[in-house]
Design a protein around this ligand. Structure first.
Ligand code: MG
Length: 301
């Protein structure tokens, strides 16, 4: 199941799309007309908070739609809807793992920078934008805007002190984040937060793919293209800290909650890694793809 948040006819709705993202099923309409009267969320975030009952409801609704003579009327071609970030306004900062791919650490520095412990920073919720939305170049603030294509985890179940063995039970699904970074601000202000949190610097989506669709999140290809040129291409198996380790470490003394988003780090090939650096400029088209999850495309303005 590929869940999306979409705007259609001035309404924001929960939708279900296919892997190729050609059409969207209007789940809100399906619930209104074919639902069994059980609880139905007002947003995808609320659905994630409901957990398994939400997944069951969606399965039943999808089956009910296919039983209808006019089943096609519940689907929209992708061109007719505007996708938002699947969680347009996360309820807390987006957690991000820094320096999680060896080759990326080396392109930014040297062997001595390889972390012994997981490095975590965050991005403000106001930085989130959806697929197709514009990335503000913030020309007055930064001359070093960069991209970082990443697989992101969406938490589905409360937990603290989560063991590595149980970590994947706490996952709802996966999405894509472009951890857009103003390198000069990141350096100048020491802590990463300002350079990582400019408005528009967290493109997310297009969908949250339920974990049942991903056999092994540790063997997915992450690829970033800028103007059709491949800049990043690596498997998530190269993460130095695995998804279960990330969840376990984050939750040691801090409760993880449904809807929390964790970007798992970026492979090599960011703009700053090139000699000379190749930072983003106005008009650049940045597309981050993760195998089985989708493609997230944004233009810098
Ligand atoms: Mg990053």
């Amino acid at each position: 199941m590929h869940f999306v948040t979409m705007e259609i006819q001035d309404k924001i709705k929960i939708g279900l799309t296919d892997e190729a993202q050609r059409y969207v099923l209007d789940l809100d309409r399906a619930y209104k007309e074919l639902g069994d009267g059980g609880p139905w969320p007002s947003s995808l975030l609320e659905g994630i908070e409901q957990g398994e009952p939400f997944i069951d409801s969606v399965s039943r609704l999808r089956d009910a739609v296919f039983m209808q003579r006019d089943s096609e009327s519940y689907f929209y071609p992708m061109e007719e809807v505007r996708l938002l970030a699947p969680i347009p306004r996360p309820h807390k900062n987006i957690f991000c793992v820094g320096k999680n791919y060896r080759d990326h650490v080396l392109e930014m520095g040297n062997e001595g920078d390889i972390p012994e412990h997981i490095m975590i920073f965050t991005k403000a919720p106001t930085s989130v934008i959806g697929p197709g939305a514009f990335i503000d170049s913030h020309e007055a603030l930064t001359a070093q805007l960069d991209y970082e294509g990443e697989l992101a985890i969406v938490i589905g179940k409360h937990g603290k002190g989560i063991s590595i063995e149980n970590a994947l039970d706490h996952v709802f699904g996966y999405t894509i984040v472009n951890d857009v970074t103003a390198r000069d601000l990141q350096k100048q202000h020491k802590q990463f937060f300002l350079g990582k949190s400019l408005d528009g610097s967290c493109p997310m989506g297009p969908a949250i793919v339920h974990k049942s669709f991903i056999d092994d999140p540790q063997s997915l290809i992450v690829e970033t293209k800028v103007n059709e040129e491949v800049r990043q291409h690596a498997s998530t198996e190269l993460m130095m800290f695995s998804i279960p380790e990330i969840i376990s470490t984050l939750s040691k003394g801090m409760t993880l909650e449904p809807g929390d988003i964790i970007a798992t780090g970026t492979p090599s090939g960011v703009g700053k890694g090139f000699v000379p650096p190749r930072f983003l400029k106005k008009g650049d088209v940045v597309e981050v793809s993760v195998e089985k999850v989708g493609s997230l495309r944004n233009v810098v303005v």
